[in-house]
Design a protein around this ligand. Structure first.
Ligand code: ZN
Length: 455
């Protein structure tokens, strides 16, 4: 009777011990692990066999880029590569210039396989390691690779791959921004009919990240720098367990930059165009009081979008007024605040503004309370178009900028603000752009072969 274990044993002597380990495993868990190792070793042998077959085929030698002479074979030379399966060995023909031009060894098979001359690790392994590094610290990524795939990879190797891939992401963005500035907007991401009918929500905020004072050394105090983060999402609905329809964000896309509003502006606009800001039936801008962001709204989005001032932030300002005028510990302050907040929430923002104006007329108002109340009045008056919360609620729109806060938490807090973490500008930027690529569904394209320049 043919037996799988026996046939595998006969493939290669290196497999005998691995088969035995499966056969002798005392528990199912150990049996699975041993079989997994066997499978990987089998896979390596298969890949090596196919590579060896390809290497045997006749080589079409290119011409020397210096003198134009056809390269000449110097015979078979071994090559090895660390892959997701482990180390793969094979031999392939290399050629040199017959005139002795210093162009090094040329291996046409390597090129056909998508390998560069000094590459030591294959792309799918770098891709897996970078995907882990998107979520966990480099040391943890190393431990996971080791545990899941028995691959000994160093933290510095993963760090290096992240720099490479992050740099590609940044260069791609840079090209897109240049094209946008040249009047070539990006193609819109395809949307199905249902999604394109949903409101497009846009919000932005800033978040602080700890940086090293000097690159390359942990010495010196931490420098906190602001990262601007924006989110774009479609507002959909889903059925909760209770059967109720609840708001649900779909097609979340994030934009972020270590820099000021001027750096955020073109990046956010680029993504907004991609997400259909000019075609969407309803566009909503959500933000708290940060003046820079509202200027950005006025410059870029006011033509398309309805602005909503974060309700909780507006209410917080009313409380500041109440506390300054009536003393925050009194029932009077609480009652006044509750009435004002209720009015603001339920379509009486004009009455709230009138009440603030009337209070400012009081003759016995202390100067400091007057200053605070005046600020609150100016703030709400500036935003009078953005505080019609009753109407926004009727339209099914969110009243708060919570979506931006969650975006900041996921994008920044979770990965960049771990205990003791401090970043170099470059290191931060590279990983940030990998995380952005991941969340925006463009991670895998960073590892796809680059289209050759001649086609
Ligand atoms: Zn030559």
């Amino acid at each position: 009777m043919p037996c799988l274990a026996d046939s595998i044993r006969h493939i290669d002597s290196s497999l005998q011990e691995l088969v035995a380990a499966v056969e002798q495993a005392p528990s199912l868990a150990l049996m699975i692990l041993a079989a997994g190792q066997l499978a990987r070793q089998l896979a390596v042998l298969l890949v090596q066999e196919v590579l060896t077959q390809r290497a045997q085929q006749p080589t079409e030698w290119p011409t020397c880029p210096r003198c134009g002479a056809r390269l000449r074979s110097k015979g078979f030379v071994p090559r090895q590569l660390t892959t997701l399966l482990g180390i793969v060995h094979w031999e392939r023909r290399v050629g040199r210039c017959p005139q002795g031009c210093k162009i090094g060894q040329v291996a046409p098979l390597d090129e056909a396989l998508g390998l560069t001359p000094h590459q030591q690790t294959s792309v799918e392994l770098k891709q897996a390691a970078c995907a882990l590094a998107v979520f966990v610290p480099f040391e943890t990524a190393v431990a996971l690779l080791n545990r899941l795939l028995a691959l000994p990879v160093s933290p510095s190797a993963i760090w290096h791959w992240v720099q490479e891939a992050g740099e590609r992401a940044m260069q791609r963005l840079h090209r897109e921004l240049e094209q946008l500035a040249d009047g070539q907007p990006p193609a819109a991401e395809p949307l199905d009919e249902k999604t394109s009918a949903q409101p497009l929500l846009i919000g932005a905020d800033g978040v602080m990240v700890p940086f090293r004072r000097e690159n390359g050394t942990p010495k010196g105090r931490t420098v906190w720098r602001e990262v601007k983060v924006a989110i774009l999402a479609r507002l959909g609905q889903r059925t909760a367990r209770s059967g109720e329809q609840v708001a649900h964000l779909e097609r979340r896309r994030l934009v972020a930059v270590l820099g000021d509003i001027d750096a955020l502006r073109p990046r956010l606009w680029l993504e907004a165009v991609r997400q259909g800001v000019c075609q969407a039936k309803v566009v909503v801008w959500l933000s708290d009081g940060g003046r820079g962001f509202w200027n950005l709204y006025a410059e870029c989005f006011a033509r398309y979008a309805l602005g909503i001032l974060d309700f909780y932030h507006a209410a917080q300002n009313l409380w500041k007024g109440a506390a300054a005028w009536l003393d925050g510990r009194t029932t009077q302050a609480r009652t006044w605040f509750d009435t004002m907040r209720h009015g603001l929430r339920h379509g009486e923002s004009n009455r709230v503004l009138d009440e603030l104006a009337r209070t400012l007329q009081l003759e016995d108002l202390p100067a400091s309370a007057r200053a605070t109340l005046q600020q609150v009045y100016n703030y709400l008056h500036t935003h009078r178009e953005h505080i019609d919360y009753e109407k926004f609620k009727e339209l099914g729109l969110p009243l708060g900028s919570g979506l931006v806060e969650s975006a900041c938490k996921w994008l920044i807090q979770q990965r960049f603000k771990g205990v003791g973490m401090r970043w170099s500008e470059e290191g931060f930027n590279h990983l940030l752009h990998l995380r952005l690529a991941w969340v925006n569904g463009r991670f895998d394209t960073l590892f796809a072969p680059e289209p050759s320049p001649n086609c």
